[in-house]
Each structure stands twice: as structure tokens, then as C-alpha cells.
Ligand binder design. Structure first.
Ligand SMILES: C[S@@+](CC[C@H](N)C(=O)[O-])C[C@H]1O[C@@H](n2cnc3c(N)ncnc32)[C@H](O)[C@@H]1O
Length: 130
């Protein structure tokens, strides 16, 4: 599965073999990280990625979204969570680099041998409470 964390896109061999052709949209609020994303984009072989300087909280999530991947601190994830619950279909894959989503229970936690990203939390958007 491709991963995207505020513009850090990595295409795995499995993606290439599977012929992954989905569209990827990445959002970054601050100018300097956004500029770094643009530089990385130039050297990326990824052709299906669009980068936006925007507040993710204010961008409507598209209906066809199959997965969302974030690299946000838990305080921000706490504000993002209601949006995800409102706008994503229950069961949609949500992956958080490094930080837990307060109030959600992960489906899996993958430990990684990396000082910048020692773990990745894998979630499914919970069913809506009526
Ligand atoms: C943990 S840092 C990740 C930094 C860098 N983008 C990276 O991947 O190494 C979190 C980043 O999320 C951005 N951010 C925070 N709130 C955001 C929001 N509502 N919409 C878009 N980006 C946001 C911050 O500007 C910051 O650059």
C-alpha cells in the first residue's frame, strides 16, 4: 500500500506489482513543510499525487476516499477525529504515523526500526453512533 504523510510518499514494490493507480491528495498547512513537499515532489516518480497547502480540517473529504494517512500530533488528531467520523464511511482505513488518535482503539500497531517514526497506528473508522 502506498503511504503518504504530509507529502512523504513511498511507493512499495508491492504497489508497483499490484499496479496501484489510485489518486493521492496531500495537505499541509505550514509554508516551509509545504515547500519541502514541493521539492520532494519534483524528485518523486509518483504521478498520481496532488499537493495542497490547506487546512485539512476545512477540506471536505471526498466520498470515494478509501484511506487516510496522517502524521499529526495527538492534539490535532483529537480535532480531526470528529471530521473523520462524520465524513468517512465506517470501516475506512485510517493510518496515523507516530501518534495515537485519542478515543479510538487501533486495529494494529506496527513497531518500526526508525527514530523518526517508531510506530504506526492502524485504525478503521468506527460505525456512526445514532
Ligand atoms: C508531525 S508534523 C509532520 C511534519 C512533516 N510534514 C513531516 O511529514 O515530516 C505535523 C505537520 O502537520 C501540519 N498540520 C497541522 N495541522 C494541520 C492541518 N489542520 N492541516 C494540514 N496540515 C496540518 C503541520 O504544519 C506540521 O507540518
Amino acid at each position: 500500500m502506498p503511504t503518504i504523510d504530509n507529502g512523504h510518499y513511498r511507493q512499495t514494490n508491492a504497489d508497483k506489482q499490484s499496479g496501484f493507480t489510485g489518486r493521492l491528495r496531500a495537505y499541509e498547512l505550514s509554508p516551509i513543510p509545504w515547500f519541502v513537499m514541493q521539492i520532494r515532489r519534483v524528485f518523486s516518480t509518483c504521478t498520481n499525487l496532488r499537493l495542497f497547502r490547506a487546512n485539512f480540517l476545512k477540506v471536505p473529504i471526498r466520498g470515494e476516499t478509501k484511506a487516510v494517512i496522517c502524521y499529526l500530533h495527538s492534539e490535532v488528531l483529537e480535532r480531526v477525529r470528529p471530521k473523520l467520523e462524520r465524513e468517512l464511511a465506517p470501516g475506512t482505513l485510517f493510518v496515523s504515523n507516530v501518534f495515537e488518535v485519542p478515543g479510538w482503539i487501533p486495529e494494529a500497531v506496527h513497531k518500526i526500526d526508525c527514530s523518526f517514526c517508531p510506530q504506526v497506528y492502524v485504525y478503521r473508522v468506527p460505525a456512526k453512533v445514532v
